[in-house]
Ligand binder design. Structure first.
Ligand SMILES: Nc1ncnc2c1ncn2[C@@H]1O[C@H](COP(=O)(O)OP(=O)(O)OP(=O)(O)O)[C@@H](O)[C@H]1O
Ligand SMILES: [Mg+2]
Length: 625
C-alpha cells in the first residue's frame, strides 16, 4: 500500500526532478557510508592509541611531526575523529535541508498551481465542488501529502538504510551498552532544549500565522470567484496567497531541519564523550583494556540506532496516517491536468491574467442566438443523473444594440441571472451561441470579460477596506484613489464614506454585515464603474436601495447611456420605464420584448406582472418616460 502510494506521488515529478531526487539520495547514501566509516574510525582510533606507541599510525605521526610525543599523537587523532564526525553531520544536515527544500518546493508548486486551477475553473465546476472542499484540498491535503507523507518516506528510507548498515557492523561485534547511551541521550536533550526550543517555538508560531494568512486569502479568493474572474485579478490573489505560502513553507522547512538537531548533537556528544574517556585512560597511563575499542564502537552505534529507530517509527506512523491524502491530491491533480502530467511542468505554465485594453475591443451589439442552457444537475445533488437535467433557458434569441439601455424582467427563477451569467461568459450555453460584433464571445473571452462591469445579485465583499473593495484585486499602491472617489460619487456613496471616521480605510466585514445591503450594493456598483467598462451589467444591483436612492443611482448610471451598453435585471418600474428595450422572460423562454409602454399594451403576462406589483412601483412616478 505505502510503496504504491509513494510511486503514485513520484509519478507527479518530471524525469529531471526524479534525477535530482536520485542525486539527493546519493548524498543520503554517502551520509550512511560516512556514518559507518565514523564508527570504524572510532574502532581504529582506540586500537591505535591503545597500542602504547607501537602502531603504524604513531610511526606516521612521528615522521610527519618530527616529535615522539605520545600525548600529542593521541590528541591529534582525537581531534581528527571528532572533526570527521562534525563534517559527517554537517553533510547530513545539508543533505536533509536540500531534501526538504525539494519536497517543500513541490508543496509550494502544487498548492499554487491548484489555487490557480480553482480560480480558473469552469464556473459550474466551481459551484459543484463548493469552497470547503477546495479549501481543504489546497491546505490540509496538500500539506499532508508533501510535508508529511513525502518527508516521512524520505526520512524513513534514510533511517532504514542507516539501521541496516549499523546492524551489519554490530553483527560482528555485538555487546549492549545502553546505560551510557541513555545518559548521553538525556544530556543532549537538555542541550537541545536550551539552544533550539525557543527557536522551534517561534517557527511553529510563524507557521501557524502563515497557515492562517493562507486560509484568509484562500477564503477571500474563493468567495470572490466571480468578481475575480470577471475583473481578471487572479494574479493579485495568487500573489498574496503565494507570499503567505512561501513564508509558511520556509518556517515549516526550517522547523523540520531543526527537528534533526537533537540527533546531530547526540552523536557529536557521544563521539566526543567516548574520545574524552579514552584519552583520559591513555593519559592516566594505565593502558587500555582490550575491550575498550569494542565498547566505544558499540556506544556510538547503539546511540545512532536508537535515534534512527525512534524516528523510523514516527515516520511509519506518519506514512500510514497520510497515505489517503496522497491519493486525494493525485486524484485532484489528474482530474484537472490529466494522467501523466507533471506537476512542475504545469506550474511553470501559470500565466498572469492581465486586463485587455479597450481599443482592441470595440463596443458592438450583443447577440444571443437560440441559446439553451441547463445546469449540471450534480451541482445540487452529487448522485443526480443526466436525466435530471432541467433547462433553465430554452431557445432564447435577442439582440442588445450597442450603447443601449436594456432591461430584463420576469418572475423569480425565470432565468434572468442565468442569461446574465451566459452573457458574461461565466456559463457556456448548452446550445446556441452568444456573439458580440459577430464573434462568439468564447473566442475572445478574456477581452470580452475585461470590457464588462458586472454587479451580481449578491455581490461579494472582501473583509478589506472600502478602497480595497472598490479596487478589488489591485495592489494598494496601484489604486487610483481619485478614481475610487469618482466611482463612489457615481454610486451615490461618496457622501456616506466621507462621513465615516476612517473614510476609505473603513473595513468592510466579509460575513458580518457591517454595512447595509444597499451600501454594499453601492460599493459593488462603484467597483464595476472603477475599471471604466464598456458594458455595464446589473443583476438586481439596486434591489436593496430605497426608491429615492435607487433613482439617484440610476440617474447617475444613466449618464453613461449612449456611451456604454447597459443591461439591467430589475423589478422596479422606474428602471424599466427608462429602458430602450425590455425583455420579458418566463420559465426560461423569451416571451416578448419592446419598450415599456408597448409591452404594457401588447404583452398580457407583463401587464399582469405590473398589476400584481412584481414589477414594483417607485412611488408617484407616472408610467411615462
Ligand atoms: N447553480 C444552479 N444549479 C442548478 N440550478 C440552478 C442554479 N442556479 C439557478 N438554478 C435554477 O435555474 C433557474 C433560473 O435561475 P435564475 O437564477 O436564472 O433565475 P432568476 O430569474 O435570476 O431569478 P431571481 O429573480 O429569483 O433572481 C431556476 O429554476 C433556478 O432554480
Ligand atoms: Mg436572479
Amino acid at each position: 500500500m505505502i510503496p504504491k502510494t509513494l510511486i503514485r506521488l513520484l509519478k507527479l515529478l518530471r524525469p529531471s526532478e526524479r534525477a535530482t531526487l536520485v542525486a539527493l539520495w546519493g548524498m543520503v547514501i554517502a551520509s550512511a557510508i560516512l556514518e559507518l566509516a565514523g564508527m570504524g574510525l572510532v574502532f581504529v582510533y582506540i586500537r591505535a592509541v591503545s597500542t602504547d606507541g607501537g602502531g603504524r599510525a604513531f610511526e606516521l605521526f612521528v615522521s610527519v611531526v618530527g616529535q615522539s610525543s605520545y600525548v600529542g599523537f593521541a590528541l591529534v587523532m582525537g581531534v581528527l575523529v571528532v572533526g570527521f564526525y562534525l563534517g559527517k553531520n554537517v553533510l547530513h544536515i545539508v543533505t536533509d535541508s536540500l531534501l526538504m527544500r525539494f519536497v517543500f518546493g513541490l508543496y509550494e508548486k502544487y498548492s499554487a498551481l491548484m489555487f490557480d486551477t480553482y480560480l480558473g475553473a469552469d464556473y459550474q465546476e466551481h459551484l459543484r465542488r463548493g469552497t470547503v472542499e477546495l479549501r481543504r484540498n489546497l491546505t490540509a491535503e496538500s500539506a499532508a501529502t508533501f510535508n508529511e507523507f513525502f518527508v516521512a518516506a524520505l526520512r524513513a528510507a534514510s533511517d532504514a538504510l542507516i539501521i541496516v548498515t549499523i546492524s551489519v557492523l554490530l553483527f560482528v561485534v555485538s555487546w549492549p551498552l545502553t546505560v551510557g547511551a541513555i545518559i548521553l541521550f538525556g544530556s543532549s536533550t537538555v542541550l537541545y532544549t536550551v539552544f533550539a526550543r525557543r527557536r522551534g517555538a517561534r517557527l511553529d508560531q510563524e507557521r501557524r500565522e502563515h497557515v492562517f494568512g493562507m486560509s484568509r486569502w484562500l477564503s477571500q479568493s474563493m468567495s470572490g470567484f466571480k468578481e475575480i474572474r470577471l475583473l481578471r485579478r487572479k494574479a493579485f490573489f495568487l500573489g498574496r496567497f503565494g507570499a503567505e505560502l512561501k513564508q509558511h513553507s520556509r518556517a515549516s522547512r526550517k522547523a523540520r531541519t531543526l527537528e534533526q538537531l537533537p540527533r546531530a548533537i547526540n552523536e557529536t556528544l557521544l563521539a566526543a564523550g567516548v574520545m574524552g574517556a579514552v584519552t583520559y585512560f591513555v593519559l592516566a597511563g594505565g593502558g587500555l583494556a582490550a575491550a575498550l575499542p569494542v565498547l566505544a564502537l558499540f556506544g556510538v552505534a547503539s546511540m545512532r540506532t536508537i535515534s534512527a529507530l525512534s524516528r523510523l517509527m514516527g515516520c511509519w506512523h506518519s506514512l500510514r496516517v497520510h497515505a489517503g491524502s496522497v491519493h486525494k491530491t493525485c486524484d485532484e491533480f489528474e482530474r484537472f491536468h490529466g494522467r501523466g502530467a507533471h506537476l512542475s511542468a504545469r506550474y511553470d505554465s501559470i500565466k498572469k491574467d492581465g486586463r485587455y485594453s479597450s481599443p482592441a475591443n470595440p463596443i458592438a451589439d450583443i447577440e444571443v442566438k437560440c441559446v439553451g442552457f441547463a445546469y449540471d444537475p450534480t451541482i445540487r445533488n452529487s448522485d443526480a443523473s443526466a436525466e435530471d437535467r432541467r433547462p433553465a433557458l430554452v431557445d432564447v434569441s435577442l439582440r442588445v444594440p450597442s450603447k443601449s439601455f436594456v432591461g430584463f424582467v420576469g418572475s423569480s427563477g425565470s432565468g434572468k441571472s442565468t442569461l446574465v451569467n451566459l452573457i458574461t461568459g461565466l456559463l457556456t450555453p448548452t446550445s446556441g451561441s452568444i456573439c458580440v460584433g459577430g464573434r462568439d464571445i468564447r473566442d475572445f473571452l478574456p477581452e470580452w470579460q475585461s470590457s464588462l462591469g458586472v454587479v451580481q445579485q449578491a455581490p461579494y465583499m472582501a473583509s478589506e477596506t472600502i478602497k480595497a473593495n472598490v479596487a478589488i484585486g489591485i495592489a494598494e499602491e496601484e489604486v487610483d484613489e481619485s478614481r475610487v472617489w469618482w466611482a463612489l460619487e457615481r454610486a451615490r456613496l461618496a457622501q456616506f464614506v466621507r462621513g465615516l471616521p476612517a473614510g476609505l480605510r473603513t473595513n468592510m466585514r466579509e460575513e458580518a454585515a457591517a454595512f447595509s445591503g444597499g451600501e454594499r450594493q453601492r460599493v459593488a456598483i462603484a467597483r464595476a464603474l472603477y475599471a471604466d467598462p464598456r458594458v455595464l451589467i446589473f443583476d438586481e444591483a439596486t434591489s436593496a436601495l430605497d426608491n429615492e436612492t435607487e433613482k439617484e443611482v440610476l440617474d447617475s448610471v444613466l449618464e453613461f447611456a449612449g456611451e456604454k451598453t447597459i443591461l439591467s435585471v430589475a423589478h422596479r418600474l422606474s428602471t424599466m420605464q427608462r429602458c430602450d428595450t425590455v425583455f420579458v422572460l418566463h420559465e426560461g423562454r423569451l416571451l416578448a420584448s419592446g419598450r415599456f409602454l408597448e409591452l404594457l399594451e401588447t404583452c398580457e403576462p407583463f401587464k399582469r406582472m405590473v398589476e400584481l406589483g412584481q414589477i414594483g412601483s417607485s412611488g408617484p412616478s407616472s408610467l411615462k418616460r
